[in-house]
Design a protein around this ligand. Structure first.
Ligand code: HDD
Length: 727
């Protein structure tokens, strides 16, 4: 390790041999420079600049608002006279204070105080026989990393040297996605099951009523919990040992703790435990020293790490693995799924497979150290989990916490969290979305590619992560599989039963609805594919739809399972189960000048007696002269089309009906009621309007006697073929 003596300069040294792409932030042209203008001038590059607008270039010469407008005065707010009140208009002031007011995000519930650095992991011993993970596939292969060390109990502003476990989290930006190895500097844990984690943490953090002690386990609630938790005994001893008061973050070991699993290209699984061995060796403080350090330099570890890296004294750790199979696991007197146990290296030696060197301090503490979001669920093909119940709970918890800490499901787009390899999926939108995906393919499967459109990425069994099939057989309840039971593959039998359970007119409605919908579809191959599916439901349905679309009947789509003929189920039809009643229904009574008041009242009374509601409708609402007195209407004809009622009654003199023939709203009122298969009751005078509306006499067209009230309770489906063409 090369030593350089410039401890307080903030220049960042780079390890020799480190790939430039891994670390060097892309140089951005300075705002206002010629290069900047040129880049913005080039169409494609403009996008690049827009995408990278978050750079907030501190090397820029001009101070601007967040929207890029140059600022003329950053010292004085806008006032009404130099001694007057500050003006609401001062958007420069408001933006600056607004942003400041929102500068903090919630700190981590645990491991809030941390220090981090960039670096590189180099594979020194490829192990393709054990894992297909690409970062361990080739000697000399380099993978960028970001590593964060932390205390557990204290808040973000607490001290560095309390007696505490230290977090040791490594984010490997591999070419197959990010792998987060989120461990501690102690190889075992307090509890065996994740469900106890909130209790453990509540007990060790400052006590709920008094808000102290900060960053200390020496208090009632922690030891109360420990005393009741015998499984913690092993870890308690580690925590009371000098491991919990390290001299430097650079001088402590790290552990993945849980048993993980390597999986090779042939799908063979091997259990693995991960170890980080510091090249500087281990060193601890003594307790009195740690206590004094807390006062003398609360940032002792953070400063030590920063200055070492800044001075070119790059800390390094070797990554070691303990690998073993089921038989070895079974031979141990403890369970390898129990995180309170370790496997001594004397029992199972550690094999060193690579070295991590931290060689660059973060450029910005908040953007990187604070916003980095580790998730044990982030693995790469070749690394898998075991059933350790502590690990299994963590797989849920970390993803979840990032949303509340960083505020958005798009936290993966924050540069420190984004993978350095390409990533693509159909997840879209959400708070703080910064990507601008093109095209309309935001779902999968899609066949938009067949129409020459962007169709997006696809899953691949060959290159994608495949969960290790522990117990092989897919129907073994202990096997982890991404599969559905075989019978789920019958997609057509019940669709056929549903269709065949409908009345003729309902079948026609289904066919017509599909024709209507598919006529709106502009992609010819999609129309054909849908009809090919319908061929499996019912040949006649498919033929009707194909004819309705004027396309050739395609061949049947392939059915994954044989279609089972099921008995029709009459319960699935609406028509077969409808109730002929006026209850809950409404009748519209249309009247006009000269109408017989007694007829209007009689229809209304009969409808209400049958349980329905009656609504009077007239060309004008205020009051219409009848043969006897006058009457106000509930609704105006033009604003109350017949689709708002279930049946209509026409109480009209011949003269009024003739006049209404000149009114589109009146003609449509009758025509629609007929077309919507509703009952139409009428007196003799209404005849001209019925004729004008093209009403053919059928069972549903009656006089205003008791027949009408009976008819009004029904719909006349037999009429339908006379009013419209159905598919
Ligand atoms: Fe955890 C953070 C380590 C069990 C829930 N944990 C966190 C960090 C480390 C660990 C190093 C800080 C990550 C960073 O630097 O940002 N945690 C461990 C280890 C565990 C463990 C080694 C056991 C072997 N953790 C554990 C359990 C749960 C959590 C069982 C919940 C069921 N841990 C969290 C969390 C944190 C977290 C609440 C807080 C901040 C964060 O995740 O990102 O989700």
């Amino acid at each position: 390790m090369a030593k350089k003596s410039a401890p307080h300069k903030t220049s960042n040294k780079r390890a020799s041999g480190e790939p430039a792409a891994a670390h060097a932030p892309e140089a951005q042209p300075v705002y206002g420079s010629a290069e900047f203008s040129t880049r913005r001038g080039e169409g494609g590059e403009l996008h690049q600049d827009v995408d990278q607008s978050g750079s907030n270039d501190s090397g820029a010469s001009h101070l601007t608002t967040n929207h890029g407008m140059r600022i003329s005065d950053n010292q004085n707010s806008l006032k009404s006279g130099d001694r007057g009140p500050t003006l609401l208009e001062d958007f420069v002031l408001r933006e600056k204070i607004f942003h400041f007011d929102h500068e903090r995000v919630p700190e981590r519930i645990v491991h809030a105080r941390g220090s981090a650095a960039h670096g590189v992991f180099e594979c020194t011993k490829p192990i393709p026989g054990l894992t297909r993970a690409s970062l361990l596939s080739e000697k000399g292969k380099k993978t960028p990393v970001f590593t964060r060390f932390s205390t557990v109990a204290g808040g973000a502003g607490s001290v560095d040297t309390p007696r505490d476990v230290r977090g040791f989290s490594v984010k490997f930006y591999t070419d197959e996605g990010n792998w987060d190895l989120v461990g501690n500097n102690i190889p075992v844990f307090f509890i065996q099951d994740a469900i106890k984690f909130p209790d453990l943490i509540h007990s060790v953090k400052m006590e709920a009523d008094r808000g102290y002690p900060q960053a200390a386990s020496a208090h009632d609630t922690f030891w109360d919990f420990m005393s009741l938790m015998p499984e913690a005994t092993h870890m308690v001893l580690w925590a009371m040992s000098d491991r919990a008061i390290p001299r430097s973050l650079r001088m402590m070991e790290g552990f993945g703790i849980h048993t993980f699993r390597f999986v090779n290209a042939q799908g063979k699984g091997t259990f693995v435990k991960f170890h980080w061995k510091p090249v500087l060796g281990m060193q601890s403080t003594v307790w009195d020293e740690a206590v004094k350090l807390a006062g003398a330099d609360p940032d002792y570890h953070r400063r030590d790490l920063f200055e070492a890296i800044d001075g070119g004294d790059f800390p390094a750790w070797d990554l070691g693995v303990q690998t073993f199979d089921e038989d070895f696991a079974a031979s141990l007197p403890y369970d390898i799924l129990d995180s309170t146990k370790l496997i001594p290296e004397e029992v199972l030696p550690i094999e060193i497979v690579g070295r991590m060197t931290l060689d660059r301090n973060p450029d910005n503490f908040f953007a990187e150290t604070e916003q980095v979001a580790f998730c044990p669920q982030n693995v790469v093909p070749g690394v898998d989990f075991s059933n350790d119940p502590l690990l299994q709970g963590r797989l849920f918890s970390y993803l979840d916490t990032q949303k509340s800490r960083l505020g958005t499901a798009n936290f993966h787009q924050i540069p420190i969290n984004a993978p350095k390899c390409p990533y693509a999926n159909f997840q879209r939108d959400g708070l703080m979305q910064t990507k601008v995906p093109k095209g309309r393919a935001n779902y999968e499967p899609n066949s938009l590619g067949e129409a020459g459109e962007i169709n997006g990425p696809r899953a691949s069994m060959d290159t994608g992560f495949v969960t290790f099939e522990e117990n092989g057989e897919r129907n073994d309840p202990t096997a982890k599989v991404r599969a559905r039971p075989e019978l789920f593959a019958d997609h057509y039998s019940q669709a056929r039963m549903f269709y065949r359970s409908q009345t003729e007119i309902e079948q026609a409605h289904i066919a017509s609805a599909i024709v209507f919908e598919l006529s709106k579809v502009t992609l010819a191959h999609v129309r054909a594919a849908m009809v090919a599916n319908l061929c499996n439901v019912d040949g006649d349905l498919a033929r009707r739809v194909a004819a309705g679309l004027a396309i050739d009947l395609p061949a049947k789509a392939k059915a994954a399972r044989k279609i089972v003929e099921m008995e029709a189920s009459p319960a699935l039809s609406i028509v077969k189960n409808k109730k002929d009643t006026l209850e809950g229904r409404k009748v519209g009574i249309l009247f006009a000048e000269g109408s017989r008041a007694s007829d209007i009242k009689a229809v209304k009374a009969a409808v209400e007696k049958a349980g329905g509601k009656a609504m009077t409708i007239a060309p004008k609402v205020g009051g219409i002269k009848l043969d006897n007195g006058s009457m106000a209407a509930d609704g105006q004809l033009a604003g109350t089309p017949s689709c708002t009622v279930d049946a209509i009654a026409l109480v009209l003199t011949e003269a009024a009906a003739k006049q209404l023939c000149m009114d589109g709203a009146a003609v449509q009122f009758v025509m629609d009621a007929f077309g919507h298969l509703k009952a139409i009751g009428h007196d003799a005078g209404a005849k001209p309007l019925l004729d004008k509306a093209g009403v053919a006499l059928d069972e549903g067209v009656t006089d205003l006697s008791g027949k009408f009230v009976k008819a009004a309770a029904k719909r006349f489906y037999d009429r339908e073929p006379t009013v419209r063409m159905l598919a």
